[in-house]
Ligand binder design. Structure first.
Ligand SMILES: Nc1nc2c(ncn2[C@@H]2O[C@H](COP(=O)(O)OP(=O)(O)OP(=O)(O)O)[C@@H](O)[C@H]2O)c(=O)[nH]1
Ligand SMILES: [Mg+2]
Length: 340
């Protein structure tokens, strides 16, 4: 038995094979890699919070998309048979939250639905309520953060990503969309999508997409994932592929249909069913994967490190004293806060 405890003689180990091993030998195994387990366990306990927002002209399917997100593989919210509720026109900002649990990891997903704009003859400043809401959330966070005794975990209602719905005109971006997106992209991670993509042929989709990409570039609008924030060359390669496919041509549906014995979320037409979760039919799966599967943490990091940071700097510079006064009545007593 004694023999088993004897360490191998130094000569027996291939010392020169990897210089890093020399350190291990000298100081023994420290166990740094266990930090990954610690982080995983902690995340499982605390869970994630993720806040999305949908914005766009009236009738483009924003509320339908909120339902699509929750009923698709994101939350697997069951729809009863005979479910035929019609989605009403959205008249005020409203948030829906679901706690989704998968393999022991919890995520609190909040989607904020907004009333569509474009109904008025004069659509000037139609972005004001949306911009105000986004800034309100930064302000709430800032107020918690600068308290002397602050909460261990500040509730995070900041919008981590804003999905902007572009009408499927097949032409160019309208000045209104350009102006709206320009303003949004400065304060939030903005992800444009082509709404109701089932109304365009595949060729029209591809051409419209190229035109939108050109338009955005020409107007200096940087959508998420922003080129400036690619961390390294691997990120750049992955994000270039995503940028090339953006804006995703999405289709929304909240009704299930029976296809080959399986229940499928889709839109039934006379000529067939458009399956929203089928990558051959539309790019809703790409949008969902970007937001939830591949870039969720990055969206949160950029919100905190870039967008919130610039809001914070501007606010603290502005007041230059820590006792913050309400700006423009923001969060003032009489202010009607958006429904949360
Ligand atoms: N063809 C098609 N119709 C859609 C799609 N998504 C939603 N619709 C339909 O478009 C209509 C409007 O959908 P909503 O989800 O209420 O649109 P909205 O953007 O929330 O509208 P507002 O609340 O007025 O801003 C409904 O009849 C939907 O069934 C889509 O992807 N394709
Ligand atoms: Mg709506």
């Amino acid at each position: 038995m004694e023999g088993e405890l004897v360490q191998p003689a130094p000569e027996e180990t291939p010392r020169d094979a990897n210089p890093a091993n020399v350190g291990l030998e000298l100081f023994g195994y420290v166990g740094i890699e266990a930090v990954l387990d610690q982080m995983r366990i902690k995340t499982m306990k605390t869970g994630f919070e993720f806040n999305l927002m949908v914005v766009g002209q009236s009738g483009l399917g924003k509320s339908t998309m909120v339902n699509t997100l929750f009923k698709s593989k994101v939350s697997r919210k069951p729809t009863g048979p005979g479910y035929e509720e019609r989605i009403p026109k959205t008249v005020q900002l409203q948030s829906i939250t679901h706690v989704i649990e998968e393999k022991g990891v919890k995520m609190k997903l909040t989607v904020t639905d907004t009333p569509g704009f474009g109904d008025q003859i004069n659509n000037e400043n139609c972005w004001d309520p949306i911009i105000k809401y986004i800034n309100e959330q930064y302000e709430k966070y800032l107020r918690e953060e600068i308290l002397i005794s602050r909460k261990r975990k500040i509730p995070d209602t900041r919008v981590h990503s804003c999905v902007y719905f572009v009408p499927p005109t097949g032409h160019w971006l309208r000045p209104l969309d350009l102006e709206f997106m320009r303003r949004l992209s400065k304060i939030v991670n903005m992800v444009p999508v082509i709404a109701k993509a089932d109304t365009l042929t595949l060729e029209e989709r591809a051409e419209f997409k190229k035109r939108i990409q050109k338009d955005l570039k020409a107007h200096g609008i940087s959508v998420y994932p922003q080129e400036d924030f690619d961390d390294n060359s691997d990120d750049r390669i992955l994000n270039n592929k995503i940028r090339d496919k953006m804006p995703f041509a999405v289709v929304g549906a909240d009704k299930e249909h029976q296809v080959n014995g399986k229940r499928i979320l889709g839109r039934k037409t006379k000529w067939g069913i458009i399956e929203v979760e089928n990558p051959a039919h539309c790019e809703f799966p790409l949008l969902r994967d970007l937001l939830i599967r591949s870039h969720l943490q990055d969206l949160k990091d950029i919100t905190h490190n870039v967008h919130y940071e610039s809001y914070r700097m501007q606010r603290l510079n502005e007041s230059n004293r820590l006792a913050l006064s309400p700006i423009n009545g923001l969060l003032g007593k009489d202010e009607v806060e958006s429904d949360l």
